[in-house]
Design a protein around this ligand. Structure first.
Ligand code: BG6
Length: 491
């Protein structure tokens, strides 16, 4: 049973009528209400540029919640109670004078002030400065910003500097929503609560690691944003590198934000630079063409609505990352992520090395390495593939690979797995930064990714095509096959 946050919060939500706020943030806040976790008197100021009033915005939010919350979780009376907390303010974010009314809205200065910037990152600086000019920030204000922070190291520094002029690092909550996923947090529990794994978690016992984050959707009307970012900025720089850090980091001395983040930074710093001569063997970049998704024909990336036909933005990336430290020397991390792949699936596979001396049927030697499969979504759980003897008189000592299976929804009596944003908003309200990204993490991740992007640009090579509904360009299969391995497929 989680405890309600006793402190009252005033949440100012900039960009409140945008897609993220409507699809993710309001539904998450509603779920906190439904779980009775919001303190009485906590309030939300929805702020956007659109001309509207509170009544109209509440009505619109009611409809959006109906659309984005599962029918069985939508309780009209709770929605109404929740919406009573919401006021609307029309504001031009560039107009310092307009910010004057924000303090008037706050009727109790003791309430915790949370500012959520669900806006393009280019607006973060100006919003922060205008809030300061309107005396609408204290040393305790918590500020939540969304990824991507910039589009490279340089631009991320500019944004972070602008935020840093107004707020201290301990006030900034940089979101990577993957860190709010229940199963992603479970990586910490799996690794550091189970000595069984702790003692096996290095190059002596692990041969390689795979991380796949696949999506079946395409660009979903986000062409304008996505085409400037591409899959490497949209997914690798943040979500995939965060997953890699959680798998690869050394044990933190405690669960405090900085202990965890210090260890993640060490991993990012140890990533082997991808130099131009490594590009062919270590990196594959793809773009989908027309194909099928869930049995239906779908257009290619260049045929999506609003597309620039000459774009060479990638919608798929496969990479072989190497970590240059004692723990991981010689253990490649194969990572891949893409849009319009056959299914929505995020999983991590830890491939253990085979036993040092093999005494069974030589024909079965290929089976002889254990695998730990961590399923992040869907069907959250873990499965450890181990070898046992096949049963029956006629089987001799034939081996059989089987799973030790843990499917969270079946094993534990959990009603529902909360969405990442529920967890993250709740942690912000509690002032807990451990699920948020520190400035140096963002910058080290950009430094590594920037080099790959620079190499692409310098090579002038277009992305390799793959048909929608397939697992990416053949080159991504060749990349891992060259090392005598293959992407894991559950038979
Ligand atoms: C977002 C990306 O950060 O993550 C999207 O901008 C992507 O392009 C999304 O679709 C995937 O998140 P999830 O939680 O659905 O795996």
């Amino acid at each position: 049973m989680v405890n309600k946050i006793n402190t009252r919060c005033d949440l100012m939500l900039f960009g409140a009528l945008g897609d993220l706020a409507q699809r993710k943030l309001f539904p998450a806040l509603y779920q906190l209400e439904r779980a009775n976790l919001l303190a009485e008197g906590s309030r939300i100021l929805a702020i956007a540029r659109t001309e509207a009033d509170t009544v109209a915005v509440r009505k619109q939010l009611f409809e959006k919640l109906e659309q984005h919350v599962k029918a069985e979780e939508f309780e009209a009376s709770v929605v109404r109670k929740f919406l009573e907390r919401v006021d609307y303010l029309r504001l031009d974010f560039n107009d310092p004078d307009g910010f004057g009314v924000l303090n008037e809205w706050r009727d109790d200065a003791n309430n915790e002030l949370i500012v959520y910037m669900a806006t393009p990152p280019a607006m973060y600086g100006v919003i922060a400065r205008n809030l300061r000019a309107a005396s609408c920030c204290t040393e305790k204000t918590r500020v939540v910003v969304e990824k991507p922070i910039g589009h490279d190291l340089e631009s991320s520094r500019v944004i972070n500097d602008e935020l840093g002029e107004v707020y201290n690092e301990n006030q900034l909550f940089r979101i990577d929503h993957y860190l709010g996923k229940e199963t992603v947090q479970n990586l910490i529990a799996l690794r550091f609560a189970n000595n069984l794994f702790a003692s096996q978690w290095d190059q002596n016992h692990i041969s390689h690691v795979e991380i796949t984050v696949a999506e079946s959707v395409g660009i979903e009307g986000r062409w304008g944003y996505f085409d400037k970012a591409g899959q490497i900025r949209d997914m690798i720089q943040n979500h995939l590198l965060q997953l890699l850090c959680l798998i690869a980091m050394d044990p933190p001395s405690d669960l405090s934000a900085d202990s965890i983040r210090d260890e993640k930074v060490k991993v990012l710093k140890a990533l082997r630079r991808v130099t131009p001569d490594m590009m062919e063997s270590h990196v594959v970049r793809g773009q989908y063409t027309a194909g099928t998704s869930n049995g239906k024909p779908v257009p290619g990336y260049l045929e999506e609505e609003g597309a620039n036909k000459g774009s060479d933005t990638e919608t798929f990336v496969a990479l072989k990352a190497e970590i240059e430290n004692w723990r991981w020397s010689g253990v490649p991390f194969y990572i891949r992520t893409g849009k319009r792949l056959p299914e929505k699936l995020s999983q991590i596979i830890i491939h253990f090395k085979p036993a040092p001396h093999y005494i069974f049927d030589p024909d079965q030697k290929h089976l002889a390495n254990n695998k730990l499969i961590i399923r992040l979504q869907p069907d959250e759980g873990m499965s450890l593939k181990i070898l046992t003897k096949d049963q029956g008189l006629d089987k001799g000592m034939r081996l059989r690979q089987g799973p030790l299976e843990l499917t969270f929804s079946e094993t534990f009596d959990t009603d529902r797995i909360p969405d990442a944003y529920e967890r993250l908003l709740w942690e912000v309200m509690k002032g807990n930064q451990y699920l948020f990204v520190r400035r140096d993490e963002v910058e080290h991740a950009w430094r590594w990714v920037d080099e790959v992007i620079r190499n692409w640009r310098d090579s002038g090579e277009p992305p390799k095509r793959y048909a929608a509904g397939t697992w990416g360009p053949v080159a991504s299969i060749a990349m891992i096959t060259r090392d005598g391995r293959s992407w894991y497929e559950d038979a």
